[in-house]
Design a protein around this ligand. Sequence first.
Ligand code: MF3
Ligand code: CO
Ligand code: CO
Length: 270
Amino acid sequence: MEVHTRGRITKEGIRIHEDADFAGMRAAGQVAARILDEVIPLVQPGVTTGELDDFVRGRVEALGARSATIGYKGYQHATCISVNHVVCHGIPGPKLLKDGDILNIDVTVIVDGWYGDSSRMYVAGTPNRKAARLIEVTHDALMRGIEAVRPGNTFGDIGHAIQSFVEGNRMSVVRDFCGHGLGRVFHAPPNVLHYGRPGTGPVLEEGMFFTIEPMVNLGRPETKVLSDDWTAVTRDKSLSAQFEHSVGVTADGCEIFTLSPAGRFHPTWG
Ligand code: MF3
Ligand code: CO
Ligand code: CO
């Protein structure tokens, strides 16, 4: 009997992709990352989140990609833009950015059937010190999670790396939203929790593709969804931040598909 080590599904429903599939994910991830680079100069006090979304939509088309979010469960936009106490799934529109606003822009594109999903933080003007620290801790928490991605580790190891770092900085990890498997689909098993205990959860295997996308709050972790059925906010109105990469597990670690071509994933300000 032939033993299929790749191109199979684990008992937890996680697809183990083939070597050739990494190229597809890299191409999609690089389109998402390039657009997130290109939008940087537009994020200024006085711009609306709808104008930022229009720019992203135009760039997705110009680069020959498709937006994964337009038409997804009735969503109508090429981005989610989550400002200040919005945790995720903020709907772009007439909201004007003002000096000191912090925002996450989340873009998912489809290139040749493969999904590239990434988000990062931006600042309109200059952030206050607490906001700047929140952004730093959230970025570094994602990178700690990514450092735990290697065959033999577990998803609990990733969650633990993120949670222990965030809580060590006296901030909180959102429990109500998680990362996800992706590939030729947008959202697949497993749920990638941003908290957890070492050694728990599914074991990571070469060929797994998923996002890590921690949301971190300055205050308490609880969220609520507004009556538009999308916008998630912190219940205590505290500031929230998020960074997201799409990654693939390799023989000795992982490949980050959504690395910034310009080296500008981590925002700069001031
Ligand atoms: N890109 C988001 C994620 O990281 C999902 C957005 S779905 C939308 O999974 F419909 F809200 F756009
Ligand atoms: Co995602
Ligand atoms: Co996303």
